[in-house]
Design a protein around this ligand. Structure first.
Ligand SMILES: *Cc1c(COP(=O)(O)O)cnc(C)c1O
Length: 375
């Protein structure tokens, strides 16, 4: 039995940046401002700098990061929010938590991101039915690549809908050099450890361009606080970021641009090595992905994954069952004609090892294992 190479190697990253992390954490412990300490506002400023646009508000996790703007906009019962089904649970879950109804939209077969045509027909269906009030679109930057914002944003604008970039996997991705926030009203991030910019625990952030929205979201983050403490202007959450996590993220942000480049090098090596043997990921023109996942397709997935495992190559399936097929979401509307592209992708996708510390011999092992199965 061959040893398994890592799928994501957080220990290698830890070794590479050990000293700067340990110093940053020790400083927080010594200073004793464990929640919303000075490192939290420093991180918020640096996140906005990194995005090159907007202001950042940190919060407890990437799920709250999407829920907070929905609450700030007053989205609730009777409202429709258009979401992909080929995504992590949070994207639709927050809509239900806010009291609104998710409406599931199909994806593009090459990028797995929301298909603008499916969005348009879903909006038309909801309007024709007249039961729900369309309020927002949540586009996901799946596997790290920006959704097709130049096509999605005009649709959202035409119908007066807010546009959210669920950038949990894609913070740092760009389209023609610009952050998704250039097109979206808000951009949300997850710092879950396995995400490209991961903390050593949970964390999240939401970026926006509008100062009034920022102030309302800031209030929502801490119990709906008003102008003074213990005065409440609205119903909110307890969704603060720990100072230790902010300090860790500040240290990681210093090396993050280099890590995105390192992930791109792995993706380039895979693409060159796989050639036409498998369907490689496709990015839209002008897109820079953060390569949260490197996802290919196989029509014979179980046998393919068994073959990879025999060669010491782990794999994962994101996502085996689209959200609209799970019991808690089965009652919500889907775009006219259903979600055939989503369902086909869920049966075929396989994600391969991907992280910035991947040594050349591990990359070669993945390439040999993948091309060996196809041969
Ligand atoms: C991880 C993820 C989230 C949620 O982030 P948490 O920090 O785990 O709450 C939301 N959306 C997508 C697409 C994700 O991948």
């Amino acid at each position: 039995m061959t040893d398994m190479i890592p799928f994501i190697d957080l220990k290698a990253q830890r070794a590479r940046i050990r000293e700067r992390i340990d110093i940053a954490v020790a400083k927080v412990l010594d200073e004793g401002r464990y929640v919303l300490g000075p490192e939290v506002s420093e991180l918020e400023a640096k996140l906005a700098d990194f995005a090159g646009i907007g202001r950042a508000l940190s919060c407890a996790n990437g799920t709250d990061a999407i829920l907070i703007p929905l609450m700030a906009w007053g989205i609730g019962p009777g409202d429709a929010v258009f979401v992909p089904s080929f995504t992590f649970a949070s994207t639709a879950e927050v809509v239900v938590l806010a009291g609104a109804s998710p409406v599931f939209v199909d994806i593009d077969p090459d990028t797995y991101n929301m298909a603008p045509a499916s969005l348009e027909s879903a909006i038309a269906r909801v309007k024709a039915d007249g039961k729900l009030n369309p309020r927002a679109v949540i586009a996901v930057d799946l596997f790290g690549q920006p959704a097709d914002y130049p096509a999605l944003a005009p649709v959202a604008r035409e119908h007066g809908l807010k546009l959210v970039s669920d950038c949990a996997q894609g913070f740092g991705c760009t389209l023609n050099g610009q952050s998704p926030l250039h097109w979206a009203d808000v951009l949300t991030i997850s710092f879950y450890p396995a995400k490209p910019l991961g903390a050593y625990g949970d964390g999240g952030a939401v970026l926006c361009k509008d100062d009034d929205l920022f102030d309302v979201m800031k209030s929502v983050r801490v119990h709906g606080e008003g102008a003074t403490r213990y005065e409440y202007a609205r119903i909110g959450l307890n969704s603060r970021l720990d100072t230790i996590q902010a300090a860790i993220l500040l240290a990681k942000l210093d090396v993050f641009a280099g890590e995105i480049e390192a992930r791109q090098r792995v993706a380039d090596a895979y693409q060159a090595g796989f050639g036409n043997a498998v369907k490689c990921p496709r990015t839209i023109a002008g897109a820079q992905s953060t390569w949260a996942q490197y996802t290919i397709e196989s029509g014979n997935r179980d046998a393919f994954r068994t073959h990879l495992a025999d060669k010491g190559v782990p794999s994962a399936i994101y996502y085996p069952i689209p959200l609209h097929k799970h019991a808690p979401y089965a009652g919500f509307p889907v775009a006219p004609g259903g979600l055939p592209v989503t369902e086909a992708a869920a049966d075929r996708v396989v994600s391969l090892p991907m992280h910035p510390d991947m040594p050349a011999d591990h990359i070669d092992r993945v390439i040999d294992a993948v091309t060996g199965f196809v041969a």
